[in-house]
Design a protein around this ligand. Structure first.
Ligand code: RNT
Ligand code: ZN
Length: 416
């Protein structure tokens, strides 16, 4: 145990916080790392597929993964620099077709077997997402809420196929898969038939979820959005839509930090939403002016979100996943920066002198509550973070960047 950590530990003990317990909790909470940060949401169904659906990875930093094998190697480097447990969040468009022609509505576990074998070997959990974008049948902006029954049917079948794949992954890994449904559906300009689209979406989802799946194998989440690029005036799957859907069907609601109005944060939604839905999936992200999917940093929105989860004792009902895709910096570093910042936010929340604060609150001593909240901000949390990294055998501080630089020089920079 380092001296600095021992001193920090004492300071926390004086405020009623057991850092050893906190470190144990940190070890148990996985962060789901989005595969799509590694290749700008490209996927491997076909080379050079165009990213559509109103999302954009901007930047052209060299060295992105071109194959599933490259992506897996890159991911391993990132994972070796991130403490704690990890999961990999896969999208259906990361299917490996192995020279067969298979449509998305006919995907099976076969297209994901290499991912599963690798996850087993790496001791990773897997999360899953049907892909409702970058496809000829999503080209006019609608999928599950399309006015054409045939198009809806194709996408319903894709959703059903993905739940089956997820359940099989869950069975093979012995770890529950969270399958998240996000669709881009919407319109650039004023839309008159909003009601119809929303009713189509409700019906499509009900068909997809009709078959009950063992919740130990797979659980479903639905993700709302405010708007997409080129979908500015109407988004079928709005927050109200999915909140109602998730509450009435008891589904997991996915809250993406970048999917609300620019000054609206998700911290205060957590205890409201969890009063009515069983679980939350977080897409930890950072919108800058729009849902720009910047790399997560240790900022107030992320910190207050984690505080609410810890204060509400919701850790067992919240799944922490990240969602950003930045192509302007080293993509492996982006994973590491985002994950470590997410974990630091969680650590800070766990280190809060909660018992004291609650006592002040119960006594209506709001002066002391505010004073302690402010003083807690300068407690030596960095020492506890370093200790966490040491115990998890990952570099402390900025040292991890050396590994990224070396890999960039030896591997990524050779990709053309
Ligand atoms: C899009 C959603 C969605 C995607 C991923 C790739 O706005 O945030 O979660 O980012 O499915
Ligand atoms: Zn998201």
């Amino acid at each position: 145990m380092s001296n600095a950590y021992a001193l920090a530990k004492e300071q926390y003990v004086a405020l009623g916080v057991d850092t050893e317990k906190v470190l144990q909790t940190m070890e148990q909470i996985p962060v789901s790392l989005q595969c799509w940060q590694g290749d700008d949401v490209g996927g491997f169904e076909q080379a050079g597929a165009e990213l559509t659906g109103g999302i954009q990875a901007t930047g052209n930093y060299p060295g992105k993964a071109r194959t599933a094998d490259e992506l897996r190697r890159d991911f391993e480097v990132a994972a070796s620099l991130i403490p704690g447990k990890h999961r990999i969040n896969l999208h259906a468009c990361y299917a490996e077709l192995k020279n067969k022609k298979v449509e998305r509505d006919a995907y099976t576990i076969e297209q994901f077997s290499s991912w599963v074998d690798w996850a087993k070997e790496q001791k990773l959990g897997i999360d899953f997402n049907p892909t409702y974008f970058s496809h000829r049948l999503s080209a006019d902006g609608f999928t599950l809420a399309h006015r054409d029954k045939g198009v809806r049917h194709f996408w319903i079948e894709h959703g059903i196929a993905c739940r089956k794949i997820a359940a099989e992954i869950g069975r093979q890994l012995g770890k529950t898969v969270i399958t998240n449904f996000w669709i881009p559906d919407g319109c650039k300009d004023t839309t008159v038939s909003r009601r119809n689209h929303r009713e189509w979406l409700e019906q499509s989802l009900d068909v997809i979820f009709a078959e009950a799946i063992d919740p130990l194998l797979n659980r479903d989440a639905v993700e709302s959005k405010l708007f997409g690029i080129g979908f500015e005036s109407f988004t079928v799957g709005s927050h109200e839509f999915y909140l109602g859907y998730a509450a009435s069907r008891q589904k997991i609601i996915c809250l993406d930090a970048g999917h609300f109005h620019p000054t609206e944060t998700i911290a205060d939604k957590i205890s409201s939403v969890l009063t009515f839905v069983p679980e939350i999936l977080l897409h930890v992200s950072r919108g800058v002016r729009w849902d720009s999917d910047h790399v997560v940093i240790l900022d107030d929105p992320t910190r207050t979100m984690m505080e609410e989860i810890v204060r509400g004792s919701y850790l067992d009902r919240v799944h922490i996943g990240m969602d950003f895709f930045d192509a302007s910096i080293n993509r492996i570093a982006a994973w590491v920066i985002g994950a470590r910042s997410t974990q630091k936010s969680l650590l800070l929340a766990l280190l809060e002198p909660q018992a004291r604060l609650r006592q002040f609150e119960a006594e209506n001593d709001f002066t002391s509550r505010l004073a302690l909240l402010e003083e807690a901000k300068s407690l030596p949390f960095g020492e506890v973070w370093d200790e966490f990294c040491r115990r998890q055998n990952v570099p402390t501080g900025f040292a991890w960047m050396e590994t990224v630089k070396r890999y960039e020089r030896d591997v990524q920079s050779l990709r053309k």
